[in-house]
Structure formats: structure tokens, C-alpha cells
Design a protein around this ligand. Structure first.
Ligand code: SAM
Length: 194
């Protein structure tokens, strides 16, 4: 990693996202980044659990992946999936400028298709993409999370009505411990017990 001031880099990246989103009239052009306190929460979870293999679904311009990469050990690897070519090149540029490019692998394409083909398992999975597809990817997300691994869904408060099926799947399911963290847009956390 290059010698950068992490705090300044993350602040600048967040501001770039805010400016981009305020100028974009089409939702598809917006970066829709997580909030900085969500980044801290993800970084904390990743460090606390010594996560070395992290999977993100929904890269955008790389803000959340940068948090995960900057707050984990050298050995940690982040794999992140994105289907929008413009966002992929923005993320690549951001990762290159910091030297994070070796720590973060972007898989380009449609998340449901890609997830169905991955066979390795992950310590932490962060899901932040098109919520209409959450039920379609749920089985794969669970399959790809190791035992005692953690799954985090963003927007669990801001768009809770769109996530009812996800909550219903996990809540009361003995395979998982769940927790709704009132951070940022609301982070729904599921710990896979077995
Ligand atoms: C909310 S944004 C992710 C923000 C990012 N996690 C961050 O905080 O910096 C959701 C992203 O999911 C991507 N996306 C939506 N549907 C997708 C799909 N089917 N496959 C891959 N990426 C998808 C969008 O292009 C968008 O960049």
C-alpha cells in the first residue's frame, strides 16, 4: 500500500461520492456510498473477527471496499462484484491511487450469476446492491459464508420495507444470530452459527 493518510483519503473519496450523487439526475449514475460510520463499523467487524477473506456485492466507486481494505491486515483480500463499467473504472482508479489494487479484486458482471459460480468461502460478506435481487442471491451468499462468518446487509433501516423477506428469512432461523445495528442506513448483521 502507498504511504497515504487513510483518514484524508476516505474523507475525500466520500466527498467525491456526495458531489457526484448531488449532480447525477439518474439513480444509475449515483455512487450511493455507505456512510462513514458504516465504514467504521465494517472495518471494526472485519478487524474484530480477523477477517482475511471478504466478499462485497456492489462495489460502486470502491468506497466501502476501501474501508474494508484499509482497516484489515496486510494478508486480507477483498473480492468485490460490480456490473456498471463506469463505476468499475472509477473504483479501479481509486484503488490504484492508493496501492490498494493488490488487495482488492473486482469481479465484473452480474452478481447473481457470479455468486453462483464462486466456490471458495468468506469470513465476511457485505451485501449492498440492487435490493430486488436479495432473495435471488440469498442461498449463494449463505453458502459462501463460512461457519461463524458474518453477513451484513446495508439499507436495513432506510429501505426496510424492501428487505422484509430478508429479515423474515434470518429472524427466528436457528442457524443465525441476527442484529440490526442502527448505524448509517441500518446494518442488518447475521452470524452463521453452522
Ligand atoms: C449502493 S451501490 C454500492 C455502494 C458501495 N458498496 C459503497 O458503499 O461504496 C450498489 C451497487 O450495486 C451495483 N449493482 C446493482 N445491481 C447489480 C448486479 N446485478 N450485479 C452487480 N452489481 C450490481 C450498482 O451498479 C451499484 O454500484
Amino acid at each position: 500500500m502507498k504511504d497515504i493518510d487513510i483518514e484524508i483519503f476516505l474523507n475525500e473519496l466520500y466527498m467525491k461520492g456526495q458531489i457526484n450523487d448531488s449532480k447525477s439526475t439518474n439513480k444509475i449514475d449515483k455512487y450511493l456510498n455507505i456512510t462513514p460510520d458504516t465504514g467504521q463499523f465494517l472495518g471494526f467487524l472485519a478487524q474484530f473477527t480477523s477477517a482475511e477473506k471478504i466478499l462485497e456485492v456492489g462495489t460502486s466507486n470502491g468506497y466501502s471496499a476501501a474501508w474494508l481494505a484499509l482497516w484489515t491486515d496486510e494478508a486480507a483480500q477483498i473480492t468485490t462484484i460490480e456490473n456498471d463499467p463506469k463505476k468499475i473504472s472509477a473504483a479501479r482508479e481509486n484503488f490504484l491511487s492508493t496501492g490498494l489494487v493488490d488487495k482488492i479484486k473486482i469481479i465484473e458482471g452480474d452478481a447473481p450469476m457470479i455468486l453462483s459460480k464462486i466456490t471458495e468461502s468468506f469470513d465476511l460478506v457485505f451485501v449492498d446492491m440492487d435490493r430486488k435481487l436479495y432473495l435471488d442471491i440469498l442461498e449463494d451468499v449463505i453458502r459462501l459464508t463460512r461457519t461463524k462468518g458474518i453477513i451484513v446487509f446495508d439499507n436495513a433501516v432506510s429501505h426496510k420495507d424492501e428487505m422484509t423477506d430478508v429479515f423474515n428469512y434470518f429472524n427466528g432461523n436457528p442457524q443465525f444470530h441476527t442484529y440490526l445495528a442502527p448505524i448509517g442506513k441500518g446494518e442488518f448483521v447475521a452470524l452463521k452459527k453452522w
